[in-house]
Design a protein around this ligand. Structure first.
Ligand SMILES: [Zn+2]
Length: 373
C-alpha cells in the first residue's frame, strides 16, 4: 500500500483528461492507454474489435478478476478541456468521470507490477469504450462476452465515487422520437403541420405519465433538437427519452406506456412520428451480503472511511450484474458536478481510495468461484 503514489495518479488523470474522448470517438485516449499499459510491461496488451484496451497481469492460475474503467466522456470533441487547480481540488470536464478511473487502473497495474507479488489468478485490466450517452455499455458488453462467466469478479472504477459501493444496477430504457413534416414558411404556409409542435405535444403527454415513486421510476427528456429557423415551420425534430428504475417490471411497464403514448398520438396528415429504441441498460444486483460488496465495505473501513454506502447506480457493472455475476463499481476519490463543465475531484481522499482499490482487488481472488448472487 505504501508504494501507491496519489500525486502521480492525479498527474496521469490530468494527462488523460486532456485527450478528448467522446463516446464513439475514444480512439486517441485508447491509444494512450495502450501505450501506458505497454510501458508498464503488462502481458497481452491489445485493442479489441470495438476499441476496448486490454492488458493482463499474469497470476498463478488463469481464473481472472477483471478491473475496468471507461474511456469515454460525455463531452463533445470541441469542448474546452482546460483545468483549474485549487489546492486538492481539480476542476474540469471529465476529470473524475472518468480520467481518474483510467489513472487508477494504471496505478493498480504499476504497483502490482513493482511489488512482483504474484496474484492467485490473472488480473485483466480494461479501459473500455461506450459507457456514457448512447454507448449503451457496448464496451462492457463485449468484455462480459469474453470474460463474464469465467471471471471471479468484475470491479468497475469510477473516479469520483469514493465511499460508494455500487452493487445494484439501475436499468434504463431509451428512445429517440422523431417528427417529420414538409415544413414551410411561418407566415406564407401558416396552418401546415410543424414537426416541433407535434413533438412538443408528444413530450407533454410523456411528462403526464404516472410513474412509481417506490420503487422509483424516473423519466427524463434529455435532449430535444430540430427546426431550421425561427421563421420556418419545422420540418424535422427529435427528442431523446430516458426511463430508469431498479425494478425491471416497472421499467418495462414505463417503456410500454411511453410507446403507447407515441403510437396513440392523433394521426395527422403530413406528420410522420417515429420512435426507435436507442438504449437498453439492464437491471440487476448482487445481495448486500455477497462477499464482494462486503469486501469493498471492509476495505473502505480499513482505509479510514467508516461511512461506506451500498448503493444503486447505472454503470458498466449493469452488464455483469444483470447476468448474476459478481460485480461492484467503486470510486477513487471524492468529487462532484459529474457531466458538467464544473466537474471536480478532491484529491485529499485519493490515497485512501487507491488503497481501497488494491485491497478489493487482492481480496476478490479469495471469493469462492461462482459464489451465488
Ligand atoms: Zn463514468
Amino acid at each position: 500500500l505504501a508504494a501507491l503514489d496519489s500525486t502521480a495518479v492525479a498527474a496521469n488523470a490530468i494527462a488523460l483528461q486532456q485527450i478528448a474522448a467522446p463516446t464513439f470517438a475514444e480512439a486517441p485516449r485508447a491509444a494512450e492507454m495502450h501505450k501506458r499499459f505497454s510501458e508498464l510491461g503488462l502481458a497481452d496488451v491489445s485493442i479489441d474489435a470495438i476499441g476496448n484496451v486490454l492488458a493482463r497481469l499474469p497470476g498463478a492460475s488463469a481464473t481472472p478478476v477483471l478491473v475496468s474503467a471507461h474511456l469515454d466522456s460525455v463531452f463533445e470533441g470541441a469542448t474546452d478541456l482546460t483545468l483549474r487547480r485549487d489546492g486538492c481540488r481539480i476542476t474540469g470536464p471529465g476529470i473524475g468521470d472518468n480520467a481518474l478511473g483510467l489513472a487508477g487502473l494504471l496505478e493498480l497495474a504499476r504497483v502490482l507490477q513493482c511489488a512482483k507479488l504474484q496474484l492467485p489468478g490473472d488480473l485483466w485490466l480494461a479501459a473500455n469504450v461506450g459507457e456514457e450517452g448512447l454507448g449503451d455499455l457496448r464496451g462492457m458488453r463485449q468484455l462480459h462476452a469474453r470474460f463474464g462467466s469465467q471471471a471471479i469478479a468484475t470491479i468497475v472504477l469510477e473516479g469520483a465515487a469514493y465511499g460508494r459501493v455500487i452493487h445494484r444496477a439501475v436499468g434504463a430504457r431509451r428512445f429517440r422520437i422523431s417528427a417529420q413534416t414538409a415544413g414551410g414558411h411561418s407566415w406564407n404556409d401558416a396552418g401546415l403541420p410543424s414537426a416541433i409542435h407535434e413533438l412538443v405535444r408528444c413530450a407533454g403527454q410523456l411528462m403526464q405519465m404516472q410513474l412509481s415513486t417506490e420503487p422509483l421510476v424516473t423519466l427524463n427528456i434529455g435532449r430535444i433538437s430540430g427546426g431550421t429557423s425561427i421563421n420556418s415551420i419545422a420540418g424535422h425534430a427529435q427528442l431523446e427519452l430516458d426511463l430508469r428504475s431498479e425494478d425491471s417490471a416497472l421499467l418495462e411497464n414505463a417503456a410500454l406506456q411511453a410507446e403507447a403514448i407515441i403510437s396513440s398520438m392523433p394521426a395527422k396528415s403530413g406528420v410522420k412520428l417515429t420512435c426507435e429504441e436507442c438504449g437498453n441498460r439492464p437491471t440487476g444486483a448482487i445481495a448486500a451480503h455477497h462477499p464482494l460488496p462486503q469486501l469493498a465495505l471492509v476495505a473502505l473501513k480499513h482505509v479510514g472511511h467508516a461511512g461506506g454506502q451500498l448503493c444503486a447506480s447505472s454503470t458498466d457493472a449493469n452488464i455483469p450484474l444483470s447476468a448474476g455475476c459478481a460485480a461492484v463499481c467503486i470510486g477513487l476519490c471524492s468529487g462532484g458536478n459529474a457531466h458538467r463543465m464544473e466537474e471536480f475531484i478532491d484529491t485529499s481522499t485519493l490515497a485512501a481510495g487507491l488503497a481501497q482499490l488494491l485491497l478489493v482487488v487482492r481480496g476478490a481472488f479469495d471469493i469462492p468461484v461462482h459464489q451465488a448472487a
